[in-house]
Design a protein around this ligand. Structure first.
Ligand code: ADP
Ligand code: ZN
Length: 613
């Protein structure tokens, strides 16, 4: 164990293991098979990379995405670990060279695509001294998972060729069917299954509902201004929306790129590369984006549209904050998205399952209990406490008797013969002078203007609540017209009371909207908050700049030099000796030698200390 910890510090710069890592590694070293389920960012890689360093011989890592392979190999090499990959993008000469190094025993980790495994299973692989086989993204072997890859089904061949070598399969997909399928298809022998908590406490959870497209764009602009110089992804349901959003953000001087399956491979690679290397901070993407990248300093994720299931949602927000530093997420939820998603679900092969998944997603969006508890219980975990890091926890609902509001809304609906949707209802209540309204004669209704005293967004929130509480129903099949329910009728006639939760404006955003000069100064607080002095800010900016320069010089992504979390720790601890610098998470021997002095020099400079002797 001590030896393992020493290796962890020397090569990766970490002083301790995360939960389960040590158990998993010891299990692997006892030459037994394992299935590892950990959320994205949970630290799966260490589970096979460390044994790979420890064991004699070579470790094979099967990975489906070439971009990811490249990233991992570069990261390992930067930490002084001999690693290489074999994939279809390489020339014959490159392949020969890598093979030779492997046969000579000069490579500790070989990343290899599943196609390649099959091609090499008879000649090349048996010539190697294989001590461990790791199968990453193992859910790709299962039809049940969301990312089935036929090549993966042939990987059982590895067990045949190397019966004595332990196999560890790893995935972030947790459901039970997939789990059983992986074990069966890969022919794992009596594997131990390790399931780590799916909680990602550094990710904040926020949901806003009922905003239309224009309002969403404005909210996004404010959000991005609060996250200046931080990388983030905006997920959209439709390709066209990604491009439109890029244009709209440009009007606010926010540079973003679109990413979707309709672009050419070159365009996609360029967008991804620019994002990884911090040349562009915002990507507007369909779900296709993010799969293949391992960028650890994605600081925020926005869902422009509601996702179709909690699994998808969790996977997508999980791309933020892999380095463990605080990251923000924001999901926009609206009835119109719900309708589109319903249709998708109904037209899908697995109607019942998908409708149920959508239902649960909707319940998450509408919840007024701690959102993280809902997520964790979805993944079969029980949380004992509210998280304190979601919008519900931070602004617990304050209830009031909203019966009169419900009555006003219902009577306006009834007077239109229940022919209207949410927008029109609000216009009527607020006495708006809209052409669509007057054309239909709604300005003559008795309830026209009856809710003038409440702003538009308040009404919208309350009507969403009325739907959620079952006073009003949305007729999805019928242009989303609103219908009164029997329960609503009881409120209308004063036979039942309606408790609503008070509208609350999204505070932080509201503040900056009023004081834009403040926006630029904001930076996400690290997990353990530092006293925010201007020296800290200066130091953080300076460190980031140094990292950027080094990254450009070495032609590598900045987070490969140090993660955001590591920079934040430098700000907190202000190391001014090599010894102190070595205590920073992520500083291993190689990085200490390579970067220690320049970083210390910079820290000393910012702190006005004399140069190191
Ligand atoms: P996964 O493959 O599960 O998505 P990674 O293996 O990429 O996650 O790890 C996520 C992040 O956590 C990486 O930045 C990694 O360096 C970091 N990490 C992993 N193990 C530890 C540890 N024991 N201590 C500190 N950081 C760690
Ligand atoms: Zn919470």
């Amino acid at each position: 164990m001590e030896k393992l910890l020493a290796l962890l510090k020397q090569f990766f710069g970490y002083p301790s293991f995360r939960p389960l890592q040590a158990e998993i590694i010891q299990h692997i070293l006892s030459k037994q098979d394992a299935l590892v389920l950990m959320p994205t960012g949970g630290g799966k890689s260490i589970c096979y990379q460390l044994p790979a360093i420890y064991l004699p011989g070579i470790t094979l890592v099967i990975s489906p995405l070439i971009a990811l392979m490249k990233d991992q190999v570069e990261g390992l090499v930067a930490n002084g670990i001999p690693a290489a990959s074999l994939n279809s993008l390489m020339t014959d000469a490159e392949i020969q060279q890598v093979k030779q190094l492997c046969v000579q025993g000069k490579i500790k980790l070989l990343y290899i695509s599943p196609e390649r495994v099959k091609a090499e299973a008879d000649w090349f692989l048996p010539r190697l001294d294989v001590s461990l086989i790791a199968i990453d993204e193992a859910h790709c072997v299962s039809h049940w998972g969301h990312d089935f890859r036929p090549e993966y089904t042939q990987l059982a061949i590895l067990k045949e060729r190397f019966p004595a070598v332990p196999v560890v399969a790893l995935t972030a997909t947790a459901d039970k069917v997939t789990r059983a399928d992986i074990i069966k298809q890969l022919h794992l022998t009596d594997p131990r299954v390790f399931i780590s908590s799916f909680d990602r406490p550094n990710i904040t959870l926020n949901v806003r509902r009922g905003l239309n497209k224009r309002e969403k764009v404005h909210a996004i602009v404010r959000f991005i201004r609060l996250h200046k110089e931080q990388s983030g992804i905006i997920y959209c349901m439709k390709r066209a929306d990604t491009e439109k959003l890029v244009q709209e953000l440009a009007l606010f001087n926010i540079r973003a790129v679109a990413y979707h399956a309709g672009l050419s491979p070159t365009e996609r690679i360029t967008a991804q590369d620019d994002f990884i290397n911090d040349r562009v901070e915002v990507v507007c993407a369909t779900v296709a984006f993010g799969m293949g990248i391992d960028k650890s300093n994605i600081r925020w994720v926005i869902h422009f549209n509601m996702p179709g299931s909690i699994e998808n949602y969790y996977q997508e927000i999980g791309r933020a904050g892999r380095d463990g530093a605080k990251s923000d997420t924001l999901l926009f939820y609206s009835i119109s998205d719900l309708i589109v998603l319903r249709q998708f679900a109904e037209e899908s092969g697995q109607q019942e399952v998908n409708l149920e998944k959508l239902n649960l997603m909707q319940r998450y969006c509408e919840a007024d209990i701690c959102r993280r508890r809902i997520l964790l219980s979805y993944f079969g975990e029980e949380a004992e406490h509210d998280c304190g890091n979601c919008d519900v926890c931070q602004h617990p609902p304050i209830r009031f008797d909203g019966s009169i509001l419900v009555q006003k809304a219902l009577s306006a609906m009834i007077r239109t013969q229940q022919q209207i949707g949410i927008e029109m209802l609000i216009w009527i209540l607020r006495g708006a002078a809209r052409q669509e309204l007057t054309e239909r004669g709604y300005h003559h209704l008795k309830t026209y203007g009856a809710g003038r005293d409440l702003p538009y967004l308040h009404w919208k929130e309350y009507i969403y609540q009325m739907i959620q509480l079952g006073f009003i129903e949305v007729d999805y099949a019928n242009a989303n017209r609103l219908r009164m329910t029997p329960l609503g009728q009881r409120v209308l006639y004063g036979k039942a009371q309606a408790q609503l939760a008070q509208y609350r404006p999204p505070e932080r955003e509201e503040k900056t909207a009023k004081a834009p000069q403040e926006a630029g100064k904001f930076r996400a607080q690290p997990i353990r908050p530092i006293a925010s002095t201007s020296v800290d800010e200066q130091l953080y900016d300076a460190l980031k700049q140094l990292r950027r320069q080094l990254a450009a010089k070495e032609n590598r992504p900045a987070y490969h030099i140090f993660t955001d979390a590591a920079l934040e720790e430098m700000v907190r601890l202000k190391p001014v000796t090599l010894e102190d610098f070595n205590l920073i998470h992520g500083v291993g021997q190689i990085k200490l030698d390579k970067y220690g002095r320049v970083f210390i020099a910079l820290i000393r400079f910012v702190l006005h200390l004399p140069k190191m002797g």
